[in-house]
Design a binder for this molecule. Sequence first.
Ligand SMILES: C=C1C[C@]23C[C@@]1(O)CC[C@H]2[C@@]12CCC[C@@](C)(C(=O)O1)[C@H]2[C@@H]3C(=O)O
Ligand SMILES: O=C(O)CCC(=O)C(=O)O
Ligand SMILES: [Fe+2]
Length: 368
Amino acid sequence: MPSRLSDAFKAHPVQLYPKHQDFNSLQELPDSYKWTQLDEYPSCESFSSESVPLIDLTDPNALTLVGHACKTWGVFQVTNHGIPTKLLDDIESVSRCLFSLPQQQKLKAARSPDGVSGYGLARISSFFPKLMWSEGFTIVGSPLEHFRQLWPQEYSKFCDIIEEYEKEMKKLAGRLMWLILGSLGICNEDIKWAGPKGEFQGASAALQLNSYPACPDPDQAMGLAAHTDSTLLTILHQNNTSGLQVLREGTGWVTVDPVQGALVVNIGDLLHILSNGLYPSVLHRAMVNRTRYRLSMAYLYGPPDSVQISPLSKLLGPSHPPLYRPVTWNEYLGTKAKHFNKALSCVRLCVPLNGLVDVNDHNRVQVG
Ligand SMILES: C=C1C[C@]23C[C@@]1(O)CC[C@H]2[C@@]12CCC[C@@](C)(C(=O)O1)[C@H]2[C@@H]3C(=O)O
Ligand SMILES: O=C(O)CCC(=O)C(=O)O
Ligand SMILES: [Fe+2]
């Protein structure tokens, strides 16, 4: 069993590089990028009353608001999060510089078929017959080796920004974890792997930079196909162009409009497991735009490599049996690499319907 995040895909190699030279040179959408059945669920207009909760983290009521957003949406936006505006601007500039490099330069930092870090198409591309209108760059730990290939002279200033961003995001992710766990009635003593100061020092993370060029036929194209993240939580910074959509039961796809300075936080599959299904890991996707270039930077946050995630014992009882078996992040990533959106059901336990289970407990999220 691989033990480090960077080894998670050793058993599931896939060759995933963009096959064309340059998105901008394409005046028409090639057939290989034309998705059918894009309107399986309706898309909800931005002016609809249904919008993802926006939470001010300095609000004295933040814990309750976060808990409600997690339970009802699995996603929310946060303001007053403490990440300096300059750092958000800087990470956006690094991404812009990276993706605007010539294709042959970017390929010098290509992700290897069994690797996690580097340039390429999103790993989930291998599950779809059509190509996605996007490029990605994944960073786990230091980007030094790859950035040296991309910018032989000026790599260090780009590395410094990534390091600073990772450091700040780690702090924010720890803070968000406690708000989310607190909303479930969980405290420091209940999570041993949070460490003595509850700072989640050993947490693992990946930084995913996504680039969505303007597209000649956005109604038939897909930026990033619908998926849930395999994380505990994900913190997303999007530039001022909309594209992220979340699936809301009974409503359809709801666009998460960018709010200046706000960050999007979504629950991932591992927090869904930890909460024993109370908090849903939201299905989301990225759409593309006819005239505007979109960028997003996702901080994918998970537990330390050696930790097994299982439903928190405080949330269990005779009428609430554990719904999932224990898994490490790497093991779960391997399952995702093999089974994609069926990964959660692969680690779900069969709960006997013997009267111990409260089948009328409508607060539980139905999954699988
Ligand atoms: C830690 C990770 C989560 C991720 C796979 C990865 O190794 C790094 C990239 C992540 C990402 C970003 C885009 C969507 C996604 C499904 C994908 O293909 O790569 C996620 C993966 C995930 O959350 O499962
Ligand atoms: O670009 C976006 O808005 C979504 C990105 C995303 O879902 C991811 O990187 O996991
Ligand atoms: Fe995602």
